[in-house]
Write a protein that binds this ligand. Structure first.
Ligand code: UGA
Length: 449
């Protein structure tokens, strides 16, 4: 099939690359000409494991094409994936101006019928507005536009693997004709007819994903309801962690045992600095806002959001207790990205930690395998080293903020000889308290004795 992807950000590139790897011919476009030039030159503008390899392969196989000319991309195919950004406004509401702009472009540039697929994360009822905008701006009343919603459930860092091996594919449509097109789009994924760069011919067997055909409103709601539930789960674990500290229990033991009940599940119960990134914080806000507009009070989500914001306060209580005075102390921050395996620092808890340390007069050194250059632009006053051991030299405290494997496997025996004081305040519960104490560290983490 021939497909168009509008928006070459994270979602657009992963979607375009993986659909090309699944055998479709994909035409990608973006209003950012520099981004298109980069892609044409074979450079990938974001860090995402396996993405460069999938893109390179698709280019070599002549399955992916880039153009800065939106009208050319629109006319090239009959199925258009909208993958543009929907950032939050001050009110928490999603800013849908990029979607509106693209709808107008499609309506005016199309010379034949199109199936327009929302892939960007949008609040429920956006599909109806999109359909209205497509008809309103259509130059030619004879051209029929169909709309579909196809939310993505990709996690940054494992997005390529997630695309090829989804738990479920959700497609919201208006009619059977659109459903049939979307089934064809995803047939190679469901039938596992693609070259998987993650497992290299050794993909896990087991049940294939289910393709769920729903209404457009349901599909839009499924995305927000899923993300918000996961955020709720994390905040729940964090409150349990606070309780564990007060009554002397171990949050790891509690959440592990809870998770063994299949109705609960072990994932997303990790206590610590809380959730960040460009999805959970903004999606939870947009969902609260959407619920408010239709008269539903989503108090529960507001509470989850509040708990998450307080994680940084909880962390600083530990830092103050351990370090006493922060001014003038040399502090090593291990991890800047909002989670491991990404260079994304948007709404990263680590950044808030750095901001407060600087405000309180600390000398901050930081290390991260991928996120240094992005963080440098925000905090030029921090000293950065890719090598965590350089960061730890002479430090009065080490603050672990991201769960990178590199930090999980850090040689603390080596590190303790470099530090001015053997103090580790672990925001991600990466180490065994006993092992750290045996090494002579004063060690603090979340919800553990
Ligand atoms: C999230 C969802 O997991 C994806 O399914 C969804 O498609 C995506 O948002 C999106 O809407 O595009 P992502 O933001 O990449 O994916 O990150 P997650 O792996 O979900 O982690 C989010 C945050 O929660 C991270 O800061 C992580 O450190 C934190 N977290 C996660 C915890 O604090 N505890 C946990 O137990 C799990």
């Amino acid at each position: 099939m021939r497909l168009t992807v509008i928006g070459c950000g994270y979602v657009g590139l992963v979607t375009g690359a993986c659909l090309a790897a699944a055998g479709h011919e994909v035409h990608c476009t973006d209003i950012d000409e520099k981004r298109i030039d980069m892609l044409k030159a074979g450079k990938v503008p974001i860090y995402e494991e396996h993405l460069d390899e999938v893109l390179k392969h698709a280019v070599a196989e002549k399955k992916i094409f880039y153009t800065a000319d939106t009208s050319e991309a629109i006319r090239a195919t009959d199925v258009i994936f909208i993958c543009v950004g929907t950032p939050p406004k001050e009110s928490g509401e999603a800013d849908l101006s990029a979607i509106d702009h693209v709808a107008r472009e499609i309506a005016t540039q199309a010379r034949g019928p199109k199936l327009v697929v929302e892939k960007s994360t949008v609040p429920a009822l956006t599909g109806i507005q999109l359909q209205k905008a497509l008809s309103a701006y259509s130059r030619n009343g004879d051209i029929k536009f169909q709309v579909a919603s196809n939310p993505e459930f990709l996690r940054e860092g494992t997005a390529v693997g997630d695309f090829f091996h989804p738990d479920r594919i959700v497609v919201g449509v208006e009619n059977e004709k659109s459903a049939a097109v979307m089934r064809e789009v995803y047939a190679p994924i469901l039938e596992r007819k693609f070259h998987c760069p993650v497992h290299r011919g050794k993909c896990p067997t087991g049940n294939s994903a289910e393709l769920l055909i729903t209404t457009i409103n349901s599909a839009e709601l499924i995305k927000h309801a899923s993300n918000s539930f996961l955020a709720l789960k994390i905040s729940y674990a964090n409150v349990i962690s606070d309780l564990c500290e007060r009554i002397g229990a171990d949050v790891e033991q509690v959440t592990h045992a809870m998770g063994l009940d299949p109705r609960i599940g072990t994932q997303f119960l990790k206590a610590g600095l809380g959730f960040g990134g460009f999805c959970f914080p903004k999606d939870i806000q947009a969902f609260i806002h959407l619920a408010g507009t239709v008269g539903v009070d989503f108090e529960m989500l507001r509470a989850a959001e509040k708990v998450n914001k307080q994680r940084i306060d909880r962390y600083f209580e530990k830092i103050h207790k351990a370090l006493w005075v922060i001014r003038g102390k040399r502090v090593a921050v291990l991890g800047l990205a909002f989670k491991a395996n990404t260079d994304d620092i948007r709404f990263a808890p680590a950044l808030e930690v750095v901001r407060r340390l600087l405000d309180e007069g600390a000398e901050v050194l930081a290390s991260d395998p991928e996120a240094i250059s992005k963080t440098k632009a925000v905090f030029p006053a921090v000293r950065y080293h890719e090598d965590p051991y350089e960061t730890l030299k002479g430090a009065d405290a080490a603050l672990v903020c991201t769960e990178w494997k590199l930090f999980r496997e850090l040689d603390w025996e080596r590190a303790r000889k470099l530090m001015a004081r053997r103090l580790v305040i672990d925001g991600r519960n990466l180490y065994s308290p006993k092992a750290m104490q045996d090494l002579g560290f004063e060690y603090y983490s979340f919800g553990r004795p």
